[in-house]
Design a binder for this molecule. Structure first.
Ligand SMILES: [Zn+2]
Ligand SMILES: [Zn+2]
Length: 182
């Protein structure tokens, strides 16, 4: 009998909230940079640019706010990318450069299109593995529910394999999952 995802060790690893997890990906320096850049844009729009007598103040406020938000979110994005590259085993220097050099967020778009899957560790032997693996390459630990017949990925609520029609109940999935089918 292989060790598997229904074991107790893997259940604790599920994060409480995916949103919190993603927020923690933004480092302090990029939050500070975002605030500084936002304040800087307000200064540029209200302190540096010349004031005209007949201009509209609300328009100036809005422009300052819009540009401030834009540069601030770019700083947060850079911070996110700087941490995201590491958990995907990609080159941080190269991708930070791509995001900074390509203008208007094109670098970030390229990054999100080309990024590798998140790396994680096997709960059993700590081998570095990607999220797409169904089994650990080193110790055969089962990372995700798969069909016992064709070994393709299945949803844990499935009763039969969508590829080969294998009865997944025969693979010994936990009884609580069977409850969905009744
Ligand atoms: Zn392993
Ligand atoms: Zn199958």
């Amino acid at each position: 009998m292989m060790p598997g995802w229904m074991g107790t060790s893997s259940r604790e690893k599920i994060p409480a909230s995916a949103g919190d997890e993603e927020l923690r990906m933004i480092p302090r320096w990029s939050m500070a940079l975002a605030i500084v850049l936002f304040a800087g844009m307000q200064y540029v729009f209200h302190g540096v640019m010349p004031h005209y007598k007949h201009e509209l103040l609300p328009l100036r406020l809005m422009m300052g706010y819009a540009w401030g938000s834009l540069v601030a979110s770019y700083a947060l994005l850079l911070g996110y990318v700087s941490r995201d590259v590491k958990r995907r085993g990609m080159s941080p220097g190269l991708w930070m450069l791509v995001c900074v050099v390509l203008p208007g967020g094109i670098g970030a778009v390229v990054y999100f299109m080309l990024r590798q899957p998140v790396l994680s560790r096997c709960p059993n032997c700590s081998t570095t593995i990607t999220a797409s693996y169904h089994y650990c390459p080193q110790c055969q630990f089962q990372m995700a529910p798969v069909c016992g017949e064709c070994h393709r990925g299945v949803k844990i609520t499935d009763v039969f394999c969508t590829r080969c029609g294998h009865d997944l109940a025969q693979d010994g999935a936990p009884a609580r999952l069977r409850a969905y089918s009744d």
